[in-house]
Design a protein around this ligand. Structure first.
Ligand code: 5AD
Ligand code: SF4
Length: 463
């Protein structure tokens, strides 16, 4: 399917006409149910697809049974993410039998894999359209073809499409915006499917990123998160980009994720510490605390190099906040090696860890390694790690008690009635009693208590 502007415009006008016809017949615009699974990058892709749908006259619904178009934007990083999608597709069989005109589409990382497309083709006949992450620029043409010819389309093209700067992202959040600055990954960690489903690294031009941040800030966004599989291998210089974003006038915060430890050094830490708006925290996926396992994972750093970054940051700012990702039960990992991870996690004192049981991803190098530990056993190790971390984090979080911190109030809290919830600079949840009028504002909160999942505090009112 050629990706020319002309074809796209032609498809767009055809789709607009179909939407108008639908509107005349049914008295309302056609409705789309769009659900994105997985990481923020994927959510951001989903918002761009929603922007495209809005451009051809679609409205949106959260009620899947009312939708004329169901679009599942999928994640492939772990098996349970895929299982959820297959479960939903199974449930949709009945809906499709009742409403044969409903278009069911599956896109995203899972849909990029040929074996998944084959499985959907043969087993889930209710699905009309399956397209991978390289085919987003062809969305209009594919949708028009499905709607007019009632054919099933499977597009797993591996040709990287140009970064399209023209998409309007239909954001659901009015306070926090996620901006992809690069796509893809070159690292080939042996467990990870991402390089296979999102291709090689491609960076957006700094000017276009900075323009987008400026525009969002002028629209009232208070927190901007720059996204990429490895933001710090941004090819035009990540520290430079952070410095430029920091110079944009206005009251807002800058966050970013994820960073690869092999590319994170003193320059990044210095940039964070010297900036006004960049939050003083770093998500730095460790994955394992065993040097043997790190090697098998092809992570390209060892625990000493990782600790050098932590120690440098903490030598300059002793309370610098780190969070991390950990994989438990990589093939061949012994209990002793798992304990090395546990001990390292304990000694580093993270504010947050995101830990996962290793999930075998077919096509990756690690999928070929022998794996003798059962998932049940790995689940027990994971629990052990989480219990340990819970203790560490509530102690470590207590460094905030008695201090006044800035919080972006995001919404109603869960501690009790009249509580609001928000996050401090370090990304830690803060719950505090305050009027709802503060939602969407930066407020000063004096921390009174550290729990293992959040901080509690009192609003410091302006005099
Ligand atoms: N199994 C378990 N966890 C994984 N991750 C990536 N691939 C896998 C896998 N095959 C985790 C890593 C990564 C996070 C986004 O997901 O910890 O940092
Ligand atoms: Fe996966 Fe490694 Fe790329 Fe992260 S850096 S997405 S873990 S391959």
């Amino acid at each position: 399917m050629a990706d020319t502007m002309l074809e796209k415009e032609y498809a767009k006008s055809g789709l607009l006409k179909l939407s108008r016809d639908f509107c005349e017949r049914c008295g309302h615009a056609p409705l789309a149910y769009v659900h994105s699974f997985g990481c923020q990058q994927n959510v951001s892709d989903g918002e761009k697809l929603k922007g495209q749908l809005s451009g051809i006259g679609y409205d949106f619904t959260d009620d899947i049974t009312k939708a004329q178009l169901i679009l599942l934007n999928t994640c492939a990083v772990r098996e349970n993410a895929e299982d959820k999608v297959f479960g939903t597709l199974g449930d949709l069989k009945h809906l499709k039998e009742q409403n044969p005109d409903t278009v069911i589409a599956v896109c995203g990382c899972m849909a990029q894999q040929k074996h998944v497309a084959e499985k959907i083709k043969s087993t889930y006949r209710q699905v009309d359209l399956v397209f991978g992450t390289f085919a987003y620029n062809d969305f209009y043409q594919m949708l028009l073809e499905v709607l007019t010819n009632r054919t099933r389309i499977f597009n797993q093209s591996e040709k990287p499409s140009d970064i399209d700067e023209g998409f309007t992202q239909l954001r659901s959040d009015k306070l926090r915006a996620f901006i992809p600055i690069m796509y893809g990954c070159n690292n080939f960690c042996t467990y990870c499917i991402v390089p296979y489903v999102r291709g090689r690294e491609r960076s957006r031009k700094p000017d276009s990123v900075i323009d987008e941040v400026t525009k969002l800030v002028s629209q009232g966004y208070k927190e901007i998160t720059l996204l990429g599989q490895n933001v710090n291998s941004y090819s035009y210089g990540f520290s430079e980009l952070l410095k430029e974003a920091d110079r944009i006038p206005g009251k807002f915060r800058i966050r970013f994720m994820s960073s690869h430890p092999k590319d994170a050094g003193k320059e990044l830490i210095d940039t964070i510490l010297e900036s006004e708006k960049v939050c003083k925290c770093l998500h730095l996926p460790l994955q394992s605390g065993s040097d043997r396992i790190l090697k098998l994972m092809n992570r390209r750093y060892d625990t000493k190099q990782y600790l050098d970054i932590i120690n440098y940051a903490r030598s300059k700012a002793p309370e610098f906040s780190f969070s991390t990702d950990i994989i438990v039960g990589f093939p061949g990992e012994t209990y002793k090696e798992f304990c090395e991870t546990k001990e390292l996690v304990k000694s580093i004192k993270y504010d947050n860890i995101y830990s996962f049981v290793y999930s075998r991803r077919s096509g990756t190098k690690a999928a070929e390694l022998e794996d003798s530990i059962s998932d049940k056993q790995k689940g027990l190790w994971l629990r052990e790690l989480l219990l340990e971390q819970r203790e560490v984090s509530s102690q470590w979080l207590s460094r905030f008690v008695g201090k006044t911190v800035e919080v972006l109030a995001e919404g109603e809290g869960r501690t009790g009635e009249d509580y609001l919830t928000g996050k401090n600079d370090e990304g830690i949840i803060v719950e505090f009693k305050a009027d709802k009028k503060y939602i969407g504002e930066f407020v000063q909160v004096r921390i009174t208590k550290a729990m293992n999942w959040a901080l509690e505090g009192e609003l410091v009112e302006d005099k």
